[in-house]
Design a protein around this ligand. Structure first.
Ligand code: BGC
Length: 766
């Protein structure tokens, strides 16, 4: 009525109404403008100690939440805790309806109605699967990687998720470790840029946008350095490696505004990371000013007992909180021990309050207090899940992630017509392996296989034979598949197919679950009978294109020596077969570059390009008469394919490097340039890479380190000048004085197509 009167020109009413309108607007605005810190403060003033500790407690999904509620056992207890407000977060509850059901218990039954934050391992896509992170990293395309995280976030957020346990930013140098598939590879510079891209992809510019989720940098820290590449194993590294190699991607994630961190299972230099106060309180929350919260890894508080570090659960709770772990994932320790620890004076209320403040702040930032059901709209879920936009996004990422390892005699791209193709291998028609390891919400067998992708090109005839079968040792459990090593009955048909074919495409590698958590391996060849099959087929028809599917670097010496063409496709996700067929047929020109070195032998592990020189460096091919240099008697030191390596269907030529000056003083810069030309026949992309070597320093420095890269796309015959600015910032490292600084002296820079480039120029920092 008031508004109507106002417009009808009824003066007294109009004035009163106007007054009310203004007052209402001011109050409403004030409501909105109450800063989050104030809202957290006011809420915490109402919370009991139990409720505060509850916020620090995270449970795994524990019953079919949309069915009848649990009556007994552990699930009943968890349900009661939820209803009392003693649970701050749940993980692995998914789907708009299921999340709404648990959220309802927390919000509508508990005294203060504090919403849950819902965590999930959104590692490479939710239902629509994108390439495994190692594959995405091979694109070196930061925009594409960011977009891939953003579309994953959109699909997951529509299914109730608002927090992903990603990105995993662990640098790793050991392909035996199964989790190399989950990270960005071996280099801290590339790894830092990718960490930041993923964080901003997941979180967007506004965390309260219902298409974004809070990100989590994990595993803090040094999990990727597990001894012998055996998962969960001890890590023993010095300060130099910790600061120069391990920590930079975590710092980059922090600077990109990541909302949460996860600590890790491993013991780092004698202290389980979960209880590492120096890492969590001094470095992360202190020096780096991280304002978000830290979640433990799954049961990692409890595992400190097995590490022989915590006496019992009680002790583990005290060690964890004192060290700065804010939330307990599935150890049930904070919920059972923190109250008594507080009474005993082993922890402080300030520590609890700090943890709760951090957790509630992220919940407010997500907008969960304004609408706890904002991620729980079933119609929205249905319209976003598997949508065209998301499928196109994962296809785009898949194309960009492949690395062409060999292409002699230009066997690739394949002719589109008139060819008889034998498509052979256990993974050729497999619709499960391409989904990789972290695909909890995806339907099994939902990827486009290579066979399907190739069949979409109608001009050739394709005969498909498995050659080696996939064997499911526990039929009900789709993860327990292996590649057959007991019977060769498929060899005969595969050989027959190869004999008749113009070209053989062999799809070999690792089954999707052969890499990932708990999937360490001591052998890095092709598993099962695949190598034998490959060699048998080669004797019949050597015109082989090897299409590899794997989650880690493999040893490929035989293939490299004998085969004309090798394409690394990793595990590329839902659109796998379509992307692979586009590359095989030349509709997409591959441009990926390896984010990890590929070894010649498993005995070279750990293997990485930015190693340090020994006092006896020698060189592969050095004088065979002497053995007293750092080398192996039976293998080269160098990798088979170096970090940064990858070919194209066209060819690029680099000019010599020109420097704008060959010295500069701190605060100044110089410019290093090359001209790159496409001297092949088709358009293509090349990632121009800059490496720098610091010749002498207060602590020893790597033989070279990646310090810049630029992706250029050139038409056949075209050229472009690419320049890098060299600044003091670029030359900084964690020095013997335990600070990041650039030390004056002599440097070399290298610009080229991969980390082994010899194109070099020298300069001096004064
Ligand atoms: C892994 C984490 C993961 C967590 C929750 C742990 O086993 O190490 O990376 O986020 O489980 O699924």
């Amino acid at each position: 009525m008031a508004i109507k009167d106002f417009y009808l020109g009824n003066k007294p009413y109009a004035i009163i109404s106007f007054f009310f309108l203004v007052t209402y607007t001011v109050i409403a605005q004030k409501e909105i403008e109450v800063p989050i810190s104030q809202r957290v403060f006011e809420l915490m003033a109402k919370m009991t100690l139990e409720e505060k500790i509850g916020q620090m407690n995270q449970y795994n999904g524990f019953w079919n939440v949309t069915g009848p509620s649990p009556k007994d056992g552990n699930a009943k207890e968890k349900y009661d805790h939820l209803a009392k407000g003693w649970v701050g977060s749940m993980l692995n509850v998914r789907g708009a309806e299921e999340v709404r059901a648990v959220q309802q218990v927390a919000v509508e039954q508990s005294r203060l109605g504090i919403p849950l934050i819902i965590g999930f391992d959104l590692i490479h896509g939710y239902k629509t699967i994108s390439p495994i992170p190692l594959a995405e990293s091979a694109s070196w395309d930061l925009e594409a990687i960011k977009n891939s995280a953003a579309i994953g976030a959109k699909e997951a957020a529509a299914a109730g998720i608002n927090w992903t346990f990603a990105p995993m930013v662990d640098i790793t140098r050991d392909a035996r470790w199964g989790r190399v598939m989950e990270g960005a590879g071996e280099d801290p510079y590339l790894g830092s840029l990718i960490a930041a891209a993923r964080v901003s992809g997941f979180q967007g510019s506004d965390l309260s946008n219902p298409n974004t989720v809070a990100a989590c940098a994990k595993h803090f820290a040094a999990y990727g350095f597990a001894e012998s590449g055996r998962d969960y194993n001890t890590v023993d590294i010095g300060e130099n490696t910790l600061h120069n190699i391990v920590l930079p991607p975590f710092k980059a994630a922090t600077d990109a505004g990541v909302k949460t961190f996860m600590n890790s299972f491993n013991d780092l230099n004698g202290i389980p990371a979960t209880a590492d106060k120096h890492l969590q309180r001094d470095i992360l929350k202190g020096d780096w000013g991280f304002e978000g919260f830290i979640v433990s890894d799954w049961g990692s508080l409890k595992e400190m007992i097995d590490h022989g570090y915590a006496r019992d659960k009680h002790d583990a709770g005290s060690l964890g909180l004192n060290a700065g772990s804010d939330m307990d994932m599935e150890s049930y320790i904070y919920i059972s021990e923190l109250q008594s620890l507080l009474k005993e004076g082993k922890i402080t209320i300030a520590q609890i309050d700090d943890a709760v403040r951090r957790i509630l702040t992220v919940k407010y930032e997500l907008g969960l207090f304004d609408d706890p059901y904002k991620y729980c709209n079933v119609e929205r879920e249905q319209s976003i899940s598997g949508s065209q936009e998301i499928r196109e996004g994962v296809l785009d990422m898949a194309r960009k992630s492949m690395v062409l390892l060999k292409n002699d005699q230009s066997l690739l791209p394949l002719k589109k017509e008139g060819q008889k193709i034998a498509l052979i291998g256990p993974l050729a028609a497999d619709k499960n392996s391409p989904l990789g390891n972290w695909r909890i919400a995806a339907e099994n067998n939902s990827a486009v296989s290579v066979l399907e992708g190739m069949q979409a090109y109608k001009g050739n005839s394709i005969i498909h034979e498995q050659g080696v079968r996939l064997v499911n040792s526990i039929p009900a459990f789709h993860e327990e598949v292996s590649i057959n090593n007991t019977d060769k009955c498929g060899f005969k048909a595969a050989k027959k197919a190869a004999k008749k074919a113009d070209i053989v495409v062999m799809v070999l590698g690792e089954y999707g679950f052969q890499s990932g958590e708990g999937r360490s391996r001591t052998k890095l060849g092709l598993p099962g009978f695949q190598q034998e099959l490959l060699e048998e087929i080669y004797k019949i028809n050597p015109n082989i294109v090897l299409v590899l599917m794997n989650g880690r670097p493999l040893v490929l010496n035989w293939a490299d020596e004998h085969l004309p063409a090798i394409l690394e496709t990793w595990h590329l996700g839902t659109e796998s077969g379509n992307a692979i067929a586009e590359v095989l047929y030349g509709d997409y020109n591959p441009s990926g570059k390896l984010p990890m070195s590929f070894p010649r032998s498993v005995g070279q592990m750990p293997l990485y390009y930015n190693y340090k020189s020994t006092g006896r460096p020698g060189a592969d091919g050095a004088d065979a008469g002497s053995v007293f240099w750092s080398h192996y008697g039976d293998e080269k030191n160098t990798p088979l394919y170096p970090f940064g390596y990858g070919l194209s269907y066209t060819e690029f030529e680099y000019s010599d490097i020109t420097l704008s000056a060959n010295e500069f003083t701190k605060g100044g810069t110089i410019k290093a340039s090359v001209t790159i030309s496409n001297i092949g026949k088709v358009k293509g992309k090349e990632t121009v890479q800059l490496y720098i070597k610091d010749h002498f320093a207060s602590s020893t420095r790597p033989v070279r380190e990646l310090k810049g890269f630029e992706m250029v796309e050139l038409e056949a015959g075209a050229s472009k000048k690419v320049s890098f600015e060299i600044s003091e910032e670029l030359l900084k490292f964690y020095s013997a004085s335990q600070i990041w600084e650039a030390e004056p002296g002599r440097f070399s820079l290298f610009i080229g197509t991969n980390s082994s480039t010899k194109r070099k120029a020298d300069f001096q920092l004064n």
